[in-house]
Design a protein around this ligand. Sequence first.
Ligand code: ADP
Ligand code: ADP
Length: 222
Amino acid sequence: DPLLSLQSIAKTFPNGVTALSGLDLDIYQGETLTLLGPSGCGKSTVLRLIAGLTQPSEGVISWAYPRARKKLSVVFQEPTLLPWASAFDNVYLPLRLAGESRAAAGERVMEALARVGLADFADALPRELSGGMKMRCAIARALVTEPALILMDEPFAALDEVTRFKLNDDLVALKKDLGATIVFVTHSIFESAFLSTRIIVMSTPHGKIIDEIDVDPAIVRD
Ligand code: ADP
Ligand code: ADP
């Protein structure tokens, strides 16, 4: 059974723009799914619907188990770190808000920072970090709560190519480690092939799914 299932989804905004119509999509536990398509084809809208940040005009999103929808993390294109808080505190806050004790949270934060290569930068403020490091910090923050589902909206789009390359690599390694389900939005064919186990190709108008490709990771990465 899919972890979640989007059924006959339509989304029309108050300004009359129809971003999606008749969208059917099943997302399976443990897969890394990329939504690939040109700017404006409705990829972000799909993520926002899954995250519950916006409601469909038609159709339903059903979850394998009700708690799954509460166990999701979102990483946006611009890492939205709190500017006055250290890397440590940015990752620590969601855990404390989730009710984790200080000691346990502290340990998990250091683990998450180490995982993304920021162990030595726990005390740094966002403005002291490079763009790639800020993104790593945002990823650590998304991982630390051990989400069942991670939604990423063009997380590397604002970064230079070398940093993107490195982060792509790191994400593949992280994914092996975590086993979480990831839905990744991109307009880069390279990124989608490199990162995912399945590519959904979307197009305009109305976010029509025009192709679906199963990726054999061994072929792309070896
Ligand atoms: P993508 O992520 O593929 O670039 P989006 O999902 O952001 O595409 O947008 C799909 C379409 O819906 C675009 O035409 C966009 O301008 C429109 N759109 C997105 N969000 C809104 C909104 N809040 N209000 C009106 N139109 C929107
Ligand atoms: P991206 O292309 O990086 O996914 P957008 O710039 O399309 O992001 O969207 C950023 C925000 O603006 C979202 O909240 C989206 O819903 C909103 N938005 C996008 N397009 C429109 C639009 N045409 N009218 C109103 N809001 C929009």
